[in-house]
Design a protein around this ligand. Structure first.
Ligand code: UDP
Ligand code: MG
Length: 346
């Protein structure tokens, strides 16, 4: 009772404008999750692009720019530290080595307490003004707002492979991933909380968001060219991500093994029947069978190796899950303060 009286007394003594300092704490907080791998030449432009786009929003929302340095070996971390020295909304999580784009996004989502997060690439392929359109959709009540590419300025191979892959994955999986989308999206706090409960190691994040559900909508946009530098997703990483996508969301390839086995057994049975009948009716014709024999052996060998490979990729996933190693290791966290960035080594 005494405490309450004291508090009331303190509050009565305040003028209305004394409470203005509480204003930033009442605003909704929006966090940009920005995975960085050797993007030194893009970071300054990205930061400016975001600042320009949120110009009319800063009185309404508190912003956080969470950069995850995924083991860059160029000057990305230095550029980011300079930004953090000027802007206390900048926070940097630095990994001990390169753990991959999906791990970087995961670390970002684990380390923010914002009301919603916007996941964006750092090469300006995802335009910042589209993110503000996502914020408007979020205010209309959508929990996930993903960017869908109306057009994209990528290589023919990238465009073709990704469009084929999405359609292929959707035909295999019950969890449907919207075509022509990437990780560029806004997600509400409740989606972040659900996401953070998922402990999968080989993750395919855009699939996980489809799996999580909630109300989802899209914003159409034209995907720019990368501002500078080369893609950090070479063919090997793209293949790994595609296999992760398929094995995380479908067991159809495993069922395919049985179907393939049945088909080949049926064909062999037909072949055996044919050979036996020929042996009885016309034994001389059977002498020259070398080519057929070799073809059959090679065909069976090939099929068996492919099937073993499919089994192996699922077993490999189980192995990695059982090992239960951390998805990433943080070497330092740098929190921006005006004129001074404080670094915490872990
Ligand atoms: N990235 C990352 N770790 C990696 C690969 C990429 O953090 O191992 C970041 C990269 O810096 C960029 C984003 O993930 O901000 C998407 O990568 P990129 O633009 O190279 O992919 P693309 O658009 O070519 O598919
Ligand atoms: Mg890119």
């Amino acid at each position: 009772m005494r405490i309450n009286l004291t508090c009331s007394f303190i509050f009565l003594k305040q003028k209305w404008y004394h409470f203005l300092y509480l204003y930033p704490f009442c605003m909704k907080k929006i966090c940009y999750i920005l995975p960085v791998y050797n993007e030194e030449s893009n970071l300054q432009a990205l930061y400016q692009d975001i600042l320009k786009s949120i110009d009319n929003f800063t009185t309404k929302y508190a912003f956080e720019f969470l950069f995850i340095d995924d083991g860059s070996f160029d000057k990305s971390l230095t550029v980011l530290t300079t930004l953090a020295k000027k802007d206390d909304r900048v926070k940097i999580i630095s990994f001990s080595r390169n753990f991959g784009h999906q791990a970087a996004i995961t670390a970002g989502l684990k380390n923010t307490n914002a009301d919603c997060a916007i996941i964006m690439d750092c090469d300006l392929q995802d335009p910042a003004y589209v993110a503000t359109q996502m914020i408007q959709k979020w205010e209309e009540g959508f929990d996930i707002v993903y960017g869908r590419r109306k057009s994209r300025k990528d290589s023919f191979f990238k465009k073709f492979s990704s469009s084929v892959f999405y359609r292929f994955l959707n035909s295999l999986s019950q969890t449907k991933i919207p075509n022509d989308t990437g990780d560029f999206r806004l997600i509400d706090r409740k989606v972040i909380d659900s996401f953070n409960q998922i402990n999968e190691k080989n993750r395919y994040i855009r699939g996980i968001f489809s799996y999580i559900g909630f109300t989802q909508t899209e914003v159409l946009y034209d995907r720019n060219k990368r501002l500078s530098g080369k893609t950090k997703y070479p063919l090997s990483k793209m293949l790994k991500l595609s296999i992760d996508g398929i094995t995380s969301f479908s067991t159809v390839p495993l069922k395919l093994i049985t179907q393939m086995g049945l088909l080949v057994s049926f064909a062999s049975f037909a072949g055996i029947t044919y050979v036996l009948i020929m042996k009885l009716l016309n034994p001389e014709q059977l002498v020259s069978g070398w080519t057929t024999l070799i073809l059959a052996i090679l065909f069976m060998g090939g099929i068996q190796l492919v099937m073993l490979g499919i089994l192996g990729s699922y077993i490999g996933r189980i192995y990695i899950e059982v090992q239960n190693r951390p998805l990433y290791i943080i070497s330092s966290i740098i929190e921006g303060t005006p004129n001074k960035a404080s670094s915490k080594r872990l």
